[in-house]
Design a protein around this ligand. Structure first.
Ligand code: SAM
Length: 236
């Protein structure tokens, strides 16, 4: 168990407030719920100890196993686009550190719940520990598995968020989204993706392009095949 000083907490809180202020000024953070969540969840608790001092730089950071915790501005963009509200049932694909799941849990609790699927068992354990230490465990269930297939056991979901790059929108995720539900998912190739906002209404889909982004690949049955991440590149 790590010992933390109150002084350190105050320094982190001040850094968190500065970051949120600049995301508001840039027009990225808009809604009261998302602003409150980003002011509340301590990002320093979701990064490896050696990176704690860097937690409030607006940049992705390594969390080991070749994976990253997304940059705060990308978490803000995705959470705003998801339009998540108190009481929602939310599915996240790509748990990583658990930070994005905690941000959503902060908004949906106490009636709502987040199910988050991670393909790398070591990261699922890392996220579970981070969520327990920050008291979000009762609102978040971490599942080890191939999230490209979704998580049928708790379906359907009000919201689905995918935090890894998909070659296309996985069919099981469309099926597991409630009618009237909303999904955000980066779709593209190895170099760049477009964040897609998907709405399901009366059984049909409305897909809107949001911002360009760069995520690590979604692997698995409906993701990129391991080792074939660059296979679809056009030849020079
Ligand atoms: N949301 C995370 C956070 O808050 O720290 C960051 C996610 S990181 C950019 C992408 C994650 O997706 C990695 O942890 C990776 O192992 C995971 N991933 C990749 N393919 C997956 C799959 N098919 N199912 C579940 N997780 C997957």
């Amino acid at each position: 168990m790590m010992v933390r000083s109150t002084d350190n907490d105050a320094v982190f809180k001040a850094s968190r407030e500065r970051l949120v202020k600049s995301l508001i000024e840039e027009g990225i953070l808009k809604s009261e719920e998302v602003i409150k969540a980003m002011l509340t969840v301590p990002r320093e608790e979701f990064v490896p100890v050696k990176y704690r001092e860097l937690a409030y730089l607006d940049t992705p950071l390594s969390i080991g196993c070749g994976q990253t915790i997304s940059a705060p501005h990308m978490v803000a963009i995705m959470t705003e686009a998801l339009k998540v509200t108190r009481g929602n049932k939310v599915l996240e694909i790509g748990t990583g550190s658990g930070y994005q799941a905690a941000i959503i849990a902060e908004i949906v609790k106490p009636e709502g719940h987040v199910w988050t699927v991670e393909i790398i068992p070591e990261l699922a354990k890392f996220a579970e520990e981070n969520l327990r230490r920050t008291s979000y465990s009762s609102y978040v269930t971490v599942i080890v598995g191939d999230g490209s297939k979704g998580y049928q056991d708790a379906a359907p979901y009000d919201r689905i968020i995918v935090t890894a790059a998909a070659p296309k929108i996985p069919e099981p995720l469309i099926n597991q989204l409630k009618d009237g539900g909303r999904m955000v998912i980066p779709v593209g190739d190895a170099y760049v993706q477009i964040l897609k906002i998907v709405e399901k209404r009366g059984g049909s889909l409305r897909v809107e392009d949001s911002v360009p982004c760069v995520f690590v690949p979604l692997l698995g049955e409906y993701g990129f095949k391991k080792g074939f991440w660059f296979a679809n590149d056009p030849q020079p």
